[in-house]
Design a protein around this ligand. Structure first.
Ligand code: GDP
Ligand code: IMO
Ligand code: MG
Length: 427
């Protein structure tokens, strides 16, 4: 049986959590394959709102085994807080598993993330301050701490000592901060070991066996294509691979076992943090999208930057990820706009582009070329089939579908699990 990837096509917050949750009763495993608690997914089930950060979105579906894959960086304090908070609301997390190879975010990673951003000044990335970049940097530098290290105190101490030898130089000499104590870091991590032990597994082996047994595995990406460290708007990106390739490396499932790649795409565009954003609106339309779409970060509460739909980015995401299906979200937010511009290309100086320009310098200067589509006034939140939509809403879907040549298989018309039009099932 197949593995299905669900990932973001734009700069995050497309509604990946809702899309994953929607598929919850059709899948057996939901594996988070990248990122950490920089992610924030708001999911609404039967009027109840849940904000998830580290827990895979499948956690809300009874019968799903949620897995934190090897590609994730885990802040254990945050993980246990999130588990406790969701347990207190009656959600069972007893099946949750964590890859033995997942890296751990320690106190020095969060400190260096925050202090490092302050030192960058105007050149800052606008990170979530959760220690993501520094934890992935240590993984690549081969000085990271993995979940399995918590069960061998000697190894753990050696690793923390080795890492802090470097970090303390940086903290004290470059950043003018206090050195951090090896004992305090080790003690904090060991404090999580007993609770973590029963959750830790060889998740790659387990998933291979599950696929052999005919189970359905959903691979859930955090962040999104344009925040990918290789394919996004570097350096204004996160430090992992949210794109489809990351689903394989971050879970241990090979590409030959993946049958569908669903990209979640908002009917307009948003971005949090710094970096280029050609269709960004700094006017009343941008304010209106933010207000109608409730575009404030689930993780940091920051107002999201808003702009029109960018078909160049959607095409780019389709190509980089091998997208088989788009899930179009928040179509309802566009209700009431008389005309809806869609970006079909860029102008950079004298040149025009209908693909992402090769260099960041060009992308920074890209001006959108718009095609205007007619809007609609009718409330569409009760639509459950394409026929229930006003003509112009259907034309909007058809127009942006034609721009990528990938089917819009699910259309979101509200935040609730049932507020969706399923044109073509993903499983
Ligand atoms: P994620 O990080 O990709 O999971 O997305 P977020 O949860 O950060 O942001 C998406 C927001 O849009 C959440 O508050 C969702 O409840 C909401 N949402 C998702 N789909 C729809 C939709 O079709 N319509 C509306 N109005 N809201 C939606
Ligand atoms: P979800 O999964 C939107 C952005 C941050 C910053 C950049 C780097 O909810 O879509 P990091 O803390 O990762 O080093 O920050 O990436 N960012 C997100 N933006 N949604 C997210 O996750 C994000 N995760 C990180 O704002 O610009
Ligand atoms: Mg989010």
């Amino acid at each position: 049986m197949p593995a299905i990837v669900v990932l973001g096509a734009q700069w995050g917050d497309e509604g990946k959590g809702k899309a994953t949750d929607l598929l919850g009763d059709q899948v057996d495993y939901v594996v988070k394959y990248n990122g950490g608690n920089n992610a924030g997914h708001t999911i609404v089930v039967a009027g109840e709102k849940y904000a998830l950060h580290l827990l895979p979105s499948g956690v809300l579906s009874p019968g799903v085994t949620p897995i934190i894959g090897n590609g994730v960086v885990v802040d254990l304090g945050v993980l246990f807080q999130e588990i406790d908070a969701i347990n207190a609301r009656g959600v069972d997390t007893s099946r949750l598993l964590v890859s033995a190879n997942a890296h751990v975010i320690t106190a020095y990673h969060t400190t260096i993330d925050k202090v490092g951003e302050r030192f960058l000044g105007d050149a800052k990335i606008g990170t979530t301050g959760r220690g993501i970049g520094p934890a992935y940097a240590d993984k690549m530098s081969r000085i990271g701490v993995r979940a399995q290290d918590l069960f061998d105190e000697k190894i753990l101490r050696q690793k923390v000592e080795g890492a802090l030898e470097q970090k303390n130089q940086l903290l004290v000499k470059a950043y003018n901060r206090k050195a951090m104590s090896v004992d305090a870091v080790v003690e904090e991590l060991l404090g999580y070991a007993d609770r973590l032990r029963p959750m830790v597994a060889d998740t790659s082996l387990l998933l291979a066996e599950a696929l052999d047994a005919g189970k359905v595995v959903l691979l859930e990406g955090g962040q999104a294509t344009m925040l990918d460290v290789d394919h996004g708007t570097y350096p204004f990106v996160t430090s992992s691979n949210p794109t489809a390739g990351g689903a394989c490396t971050g879970s241990g499932i090979p590409p030959t076992r993946i049958s569908r790649v669903a990209a979640i795409v908002k009917a307009y565009t948003t971005r949090v943090g710094e970096g280029p954003f050609p269709t960004e609106l700094l006017d009343a339309d941008g304010e209106r999208l933010r207000a109608q779409g409730a575009e404030f970060g689930t993780t940091t509460g920051r107002p999201r930057r808003c702009g029109w739909y960018d078909a160049v980015i959607a095409r780019y995401a389709a190509r980089i990820n091998g997208v088989t299906d788009f899930v179009l979200t928040k179509l309802d937010v566009l209700t009431g706009f008389e005309k809806i511009p869609v970006c079909v290309g860029y102008r950079v100086g004298e040149k025009t582009y209908d693909e992402m320009p090769m260099t960041q310098t060009e992308f920074h200067h890209a001006l959108p070329v718009y095609e205007e589509l007619p809007g609609w006034d009718e409330d569409i939140s009760a639509a459950r089939s394409l026929e229930d939509l006003p003509k112009n809403a259907r034309s909007y879907i058809e127009a942006i579908e034609a721009m990528t040549s990938v089917p819009m298989s699910i259309i979101g018309v509200g935040p609730g699990r049932d507020e969706s039009i399923v044109v073509r099932s993903l499983v």
